[in-house]
Design a binder for this molecule. Structure first.
Ligand code: ADP
Ligand code: MG
Length: 254
């Protein structure tokens, strides 16, 4: 029966090259509504490029991408989507990076209010209310008035998550969101992500946190050389990888 339910994210025949380098080779990937997909793989395997293609920070050469009701079809010969279309689409596919990129001259609250005001055209009152509720969700409403440089790395990353959530995205994409953090700060960010997952957010999470992937992700995707090598239930893939490449990669983690 679940086959009848349309996936939230649908990627088909997606390709991306940089010059002669084929970074993504015919990627097919669906993500169900509310599903958490962890993506792992060696450095340079194309994980970031695939994630960037999912919110069109990078424009694919070929293939189709659908998120919710918005569908794009790519062909290197055709004109890329218009800037306005891209901006609107990106705001509905929230992205959190390794480096938080908060606006350093704005308070925590203003950081979270900025895009709702600029992109969603909310008035300041509505934007502030929205921002405070998202900050509450990541446990930082009491830090609203502080400047980013006064926060820990983990807190900054939680603000970055709140900032993406303030655009009320349909999906959240995380690209090694905890890789730049001191080890003792990783847990609070993973907790925030786990809470989001348990609220039913559709998430794609590029991570090296295998224990997190095993516990929180529904599915695990292993990428190598621009190809999805293995895709299955997270616990199954981690405990019993079918492909030698997956087994070999995972062996580095324990
Ligand atoms: P991963 O996130 O798995 O480490 P990336 O998607 O960042 O992999 O990179 C995949 C490959 O694409 C790498 O060889 C990288 O050097 C190359 N690449 C990524 N972005 C660009 C770019 N903007 N220009 C040229 N090459 C790129
Ligand atoms: Mg990467």
């Amino acid at each position: 029966m679940t086959d009848l339910v349309e996936p939230k994210i649908e990627i088909a025949g997606l390709k991306k090259s940089y010059g002669p380098l084929e970074v993504l080779k015919d990627i097919n990937l669906n993500v169900a509504t509310g599903e958490v997909v962890a993506m792992i793989g060696p450095s340079g395997s194309g994980k970031s490029t695939l994630l960037r293609c999912m919110n069109l920070l990078t424009i694919p050469d070929k293939g189709t991408l659908r998120v919710g009701d918005t569908r794009f079809s790519f062909d290197a010969q055709e004109k890329p989507p218009k800037d306005r279309e891209l901006a609107s689409f990106r705001s509905r596919t929230g992205m959190v990076f390794q480096h938080f990129n908060l606006f350093p001259h704005m308070s925590v609250l203003e950081n979270v209010m900025e895009a709702p005001i600029q992109v969603r055209k909310l008035n300041r009152g509505a934007a502030e209310e929205l921002a405070r509720s998202q900050l509450a969700k990541v446990g930082l409403v009491d830090r609203a008035g502080q400047m980013p440089h006064t926060l820990s790395g983990g807190q900054k990353q939680r603000v970055a998550i709140a900032r993406a959530l303030a655009m009320q995205p349909e999906v959240m994409l995380f690209d090694e969101a905890t890789s730049a953090l001191d080890p003792e700060l990783v847990g609070e960010v993973l907790n925030t992500m786990q809470n989001l997952a348990s609220e039913g957010m559709t998430m794609v999470v590029v991570t090296h946190e295998i224990a997190f992937a095993r516990e929180v992700a529904d599915r695990l995707v292993f990428m190598r050389d621009g190809v999805v090598v293995e895709d299955g239930p997270a616990k199954d893939v981690i405990d019993n990888p079918r492909q030698e490449a997956t087994r070999s990669f995972l062996s580095h983690f324990h």
